[in-house]
Design a protein around this ligand. Structure first.
Ligand code: F6P
Length: 406
C-alpha cells in the first residue's frame, strides 16, 4: 500500500494543529498508522525562548530563517524514517507558508506522495479568539497578555509577507477549517488515504458537548416569551446545581447567549473555573418573537389569534411578525455551533442556551422531522451530552437537579 505525507499549510492561528490531530485520529480509527511531526515542538525543544521573539520570524533575519529551515529538514527526516519503519501517514504540522518551502518539501520527500492541506479561517471572530488563545500558551508565560498578543501579531505579520496560497503543488486540499468545507482541491489520485482524509476534513466531530438550558426565569413562571429577564430563586438554585454537577467534568469552553439568563446560569460554574474560556454568542440568543416579544402566550392567543393559529398549523415554519421562525433560526444556530466547535477543538464544551435554540441545536444532530423540532423537550434541570467521533457516539440526557421540577 502506498504511504503518504500530509503537509499542513496556513498562517498561524488558522486551525492547522487541530485539523492535523483530527486527521490523525480519523485515520487511526480506521486502523491506519498515522503520526504528527510538529515543527513548533522541535523549535521549542531546541531553541526555547529565543524563538518566541518575533524577529526570529522576520524573513530578513538570516539566523531565524536558517534555524527554521534546519528544523524543517530535521522534521522531514524524522517523518521519512518513521514511514520507512512501518508508519503509513506522516502529518507535517507547520505553516509551510511559502511556495519555496513547499517546493523544497516536494523535492526532498520523493519516496511517497505529499498531500498539502491548507487551512483557511476568514471568520474575524474566530481568528481573533484563536490569536487571543495563543497568548495563553506556556511559550508566552513570561509576557504580559498585551505583550504576548503584540508579539504574536508581529509573528503573523512576518508570515503574511511570505505566504502563498496553494496552486502549483502536485496534490492539495484547501479547507475552510471553520466550516468543515473543501474550498478547492487537486486530488491525490490513487492514494487510498485521500478519500479518507477528505471525509475527515468535511465531517463534523463533537468531542464532548454539554447542552444546558438556562434556569427558570420570572417570564417562564408567568408564561411570557422572549425579553431579558433574570433567573428566579429556583433558577439560581438550578444554576448552582449545574455547577456542582459539572465539578468533576473538564470544561475548557463555555458558550452563552448574550442574554442575562444564560450568563446568570453559567456564572456559578464559571466562578469555580478561572481558566475556562467563556464567550457570549449572539447566534445562541433565543428565537426573536418580533412584535410578540415580552408577551404572555395567553395574551398572544387573545390579541393576535393569527399568530397562535399560524404556529399551531406550522410551528417550525411560522415566523413571528417581524420576528423569527425555527426554520430561520437554523442558519444562525448552525453558525454558532460551528464557531463553538471550532474554538473548542477537541476539548469539552458547554453551551448554555434557550428552549428554541437548544431544540434547533439538537436537531442538527438528530435525524428529526422538522415538524417535530419545536416540540423537543428541553427541561431546565437536565442537560444533553453529545459525543460524535469515529470512536464514540454518545447521546444522553442527564438530570443535574432531580429535586427541581420543571
Ligand atoms: O418560554 C420560554 C422561551 O424560551 C421563549 O422565550 C421562547 O419564545 C420560547 O421559549 C420558545 O418555545 P416555543 O417555540 O415552544 O414557544
Amino acid at each position: 500500500m502506498r504511504k503518504l505525507y500530509v503537509a499542513m499549510v496556513g498562517l498561524p492561528a488558522r486551525g492547522k494543529s487541530t485539523l492535523a490531530r483530527r486527521i490523525r485520529q480519523g485515520l487511526r480509527a480506521e486502523g491506519t498508522r498515522a503520526e504528527i511531526f510538529n515543527n513548533g515542538d522541535v523549535r521549542r525543544a531546541l531553541l526555547g525562548a529565543e524563538s518566541t521573539e518575533p524577529d526570529f520570524y522576520d524573513p530578513e533575519n538570516s539566523f531565524g530563517r536558517e534555524a527554521r529551515e534546519m528544523i524543517c529538514r530535521q522534521n522531514l527526516e524524522q517523518a521519512r524514517q518513521w514511514l520507512a519503519q512501518g508508519g503509513e501517514v506522516a502529518i507535517l504540522d507547520a505553516t509551510n507558508a511559502s511556495r519555496a518551502r513547499r517546493a523544497y518539501i516536494e523535492k526532498t520527500l520523493t519516496d511517497h506522495p505529499v498531500l498539502f492541506v491548507e487551512c483557511v479561517n476568514e471568520d474575524p471572530l474566530l481568528l481573533n479568539a484563536c490569536i487571543r488563545r495563543k497568548a495563553d500558551l506556556p511559550e508566552y508565560a513570561a509576557f504580559s497578555r498585551d505583550a504576548a498578543l503584540e508579539n504574536f501579531m508581529t509573528r503573523i505579520g512576518y508570515y503574511e509577507t511570505i505566504y502563498d496560497p496553494l496552486r502549483d503543488e502536485k496534490y492539495w486540499l484547501c479547507v475552510d477549517s471553520t466550516a468543515n468545507r473543501v474550498l478547492a482541491e487537486r486530488p491525490c489520485e490513487g492514494s487510498p488515504f485521500y478519500p479518507a482524509i477528505r471525509e475527515i476534513v468535511v465531517s463534523v466531530w463533537v468531542h464532548s458537548l454539554f447542552l444546558a438550558r438556562h434556569g427558570q426565569t420570572e417570564f417562564n413562571v408567568q408564561g411570557r416569551i422572549g425579553g431579558d429577564p433574570p433567573l428566579t430563586a429556583k433558577g439560581r438554585s438550578q444554576a448552582e446545581a449545574l455547577a456542582r454537577h459539572m465539578q468533576n467534568h473538564r470544561l475548557d469552553w463555555v458558550f452563552t447567549s448574550t442574554r442575562f439568563r444564560s450568563h446568570e446560569t453559567a456564572a456559578p460554574l464559571l466562578a469555580q473555573r478561572p481558566d475556562t474560556h467563556v464567550m457570549a454568542l449572539k447566534e445562541f440568543d433565543e428565537i426573536w418573537a418580533g412584535d410578540c416579544e415580552g408577551m404572555l402566550y395567553t395574551e398572544i392567543r387573545e390579541r393576535m389569534p393569527d399568530v397562535t393559529a399560524g404556529r399551531n398549523a406550522d410551528k417550525y415554519g411560522y415566523a413571528y411578525p417581524n420576528g423569527e421562525s425555527y426554520a430561520i433560526l437554523r442558519e444562525r444556530v448552525q453558525r454558532g455551533l460551528r464557531r463553538a466547535l471550532f474554538l473548542a477543538g477537541d476539548s469539552p464544551v458547554l453551551i448554555v442556551g434557550h428552549q428554541a435554540i437548544n431544540r434547533v441545536l439538537l436537531s442538527l444532530f438528530l435525524r428529526q422531522r422538522t415538524e417535530d423540532v419545536p416540540y423537543i423537550h428541553i427541561p431546565q434541570n437536565q442537560y444533553y451530552h453529545i459525543e460524535l467521533t469515529p470512536q464514540r457516539k454518545v447521546f444522553e440526557r442527564i438530570p443535574y437537579d432531580p429535586v427541581s421540577a420543571v
